[in-house]
Design a protein around this ligand. Structure first.
Ligand SMILES: [Cu+2]
Length: 341
C-alpha cells in the first residue's frame, strides 16, 4: 500500500499551485474546460442575482478549503477494523448510536452510526472465515443489519419480521456465519432503511478471495461509499470540500471499489484517465470494459482499475451535476485524483 495521505506542500507541488486562492481556482475551474460556458438562462439569472466575480470567489474559496483540509482526515479512506478473535471466530463489535455528523464545514446533521462514524468501520475478511457481529443498539429506534451481497443462512439475513425480530433500543443481537463468497460488499440497516442508511448506518464489507488468480496487482485499494438524501451527497460520509484526494504516483495501478448506499444513481466520472471495470457486485466480469463514467445505482458495487499514466490533478465527481456543483461552487460528490510525477 502506498501512503494515501499527502502533505499540503506535496499536493501543491503536483497540482502546480501556489498557496493563493487564485492559483487554486485557476487549476480547478478553468473556463471552457472543467466548467463549460453556462446556458443563456443561467446568464440571465446571473445578471439578476449576483455578479460573476463574487461567484468565482465562492468557487475559489471551496477549492481552497479542500486544499487546506488535505491529509487532515485519516479516517476518510477507512483503515479496516481489527476483529477480536474468539477461537477461530473473527468477532466485530458494532454499536449503533445517534450522533451528530459533520459532512462539510459547518454542515452538521443528526445521524445514525456504527461505532460513531459515517460510514461505519470498513470490515475486511477472508473467504472461509467464521465471523460474528455483536450488534448493540444504543439508538432510540430499533434496527437490524443486512449483509448486502453475502451468502448467509436465511436467519442471518437481517430483515426484521422476515428473518428476525428488530434489535430494540438497549438490546444486543449477534450474527454469526461463515464467509462463502468473496468480493466487494456492504453492510447496512434493513429497518426503516430509507432513513437509517441515508442517516449513516452503512459500511463496506470486503472479502478477500481464496483464489487470487483474477485479482489485479495494485499499489493501492480505495473504497468509495456513495450516499445521498439525509446527509446530503457524500463520498465516505463527507461532502466536498471535506472529501480527501486519491494520491498516486505516475505508473501506479489503483483499485477503486464503488458502492452506492443511497437512494439515487451516481454516475462517477474521472477526468483524464479511463477506468477499467472488472467486477460488479463482487462477481468478476467475463470481460472487463473501459469507461470514463460509471453509473453506480443504489445497492450496486463496482471494482475498477485506474492506470495512472497521466500526471496532474484530475477532477473526480458524480456527473449528475446537481450532486456536485452549485452556483456557489463545488460541493457534494467531488474529489480529485492526484497523479504525481
Ligand atoms: Cu450523484
Amino acid at each position: 500500500m502506498v501512503d494515501k495521505q499527502l502533505g499540503r506542500r506535496r499536493f501543491l507541488k503536483v497540482a502546480g499551485l501556489g498557496a493563493s486562492t487564485l492559483g487554486a481556482a485557476a487549476a480547478f475551474g478553468r473556463p471552457g474546460n472543467l466548467f463549460p460556458k453556462q446556458a443563456p438562462l443561467a446568464e440571465i439569472h446571473l445578471a439578476a442575482q449576483e455578479d460573476a466575480a463574487s461567484m468565482d470567489e465562492l468557487h475559489a474559496q471551496g477549492v481552497q478549503q479542500f486544499l487546506d483540509n488535505v491529509g487532515k482526515d485519516p479516517n476518510f479512506w477507512r483503515p479496516p477494523m481489527e476483529p477480536v478473535m474468539d477461537g477461530d471466530v473473527k468477532v466485530f463489535d458494532i454499536v449503533c448510536q445517534d450522533i451528530q455528523w459533520e459532512t462539510a464545514p459547518g454542515m452538521v446533521f443528526p445521524a445514525m452510526s456504527y461505532n460513531g462514524m459515517v460510514p461505519g468501520p470498513e470490515i475486511r475478511v477472508d473467504e472461509g472465515d467464521r465471523v460474528r457481529f455483536n450488534v448493540t443498539n444504543e439508538m432510540v429506534q430499533s434496527t437490524a443489519i443486512h449483509f448486502h451481497g453475502l451468502r448467509v443462512p436465511n436467519d442471518q439475513d437481517g430483515v426484521p419480521y422476515i428473518n428476525q425480530q428488530p434489535i430494540k433500543s438497549g438490546e444486543t443481537f449477534s450474527y454469526e456465519f461463515t464467509i462463502r463468497n468473496s468480493g466487494t460488499h456492504m453492510y447496512h440497516s434493513h429497518h426503516n432503511a430509507a432513513e437509517q442508511t441515508t442517516s449513516g448506518m452503512l459500511g463496506a464489507l470486503i472479502v478477500n478471495p481464496k483464489d487470487t488468480s483474477r485479482e489485479p496487482v495494485v499499489s493501492a485499494d480505495y473504497t468509495m461509499v456513495l450516499n445521498d438524501t439525509t446527509l446530503g451527497f457524500t463520498i465516505n460520509g463527507k461532502q466536498f470540500p471535506f472529501t480527501q484526494p486519491i494520491v498516486a504516483k505516475l505508473g501506479d495501478k489503483i483499485r477503486i471499489r464503488y458502492m452506492n448506499e443511497g437512494l439515487m444513481i451516481h454516475p462517477m466520472h474521472l477526468h483524464g484517465i479511463p477506468q477499467m471495470v472488472f467486477a460488479k457486485d463482487g462477481f468478476y466480469l467475463p470481460v472487463p470494459y473501459m469507461a470514463d463514467t460509471l453509473n453506480v445505482a443504489p445497492g450496486e458495487r463496482y471494482d475498477v482499475i485506474v492506470d495512472c499514466d497521466e500526471p496532474g490533478v484530475w477532477a473526480f465527481h458524480c456527473h449528475i451535476l446537481t450532486h456536485a456543483e452549485s452556483r456557489h461552487g463545488m460541493f457534494g460528490m467531488v474529489t480529485v485524483l492526484i497523479v504525481q510525477e
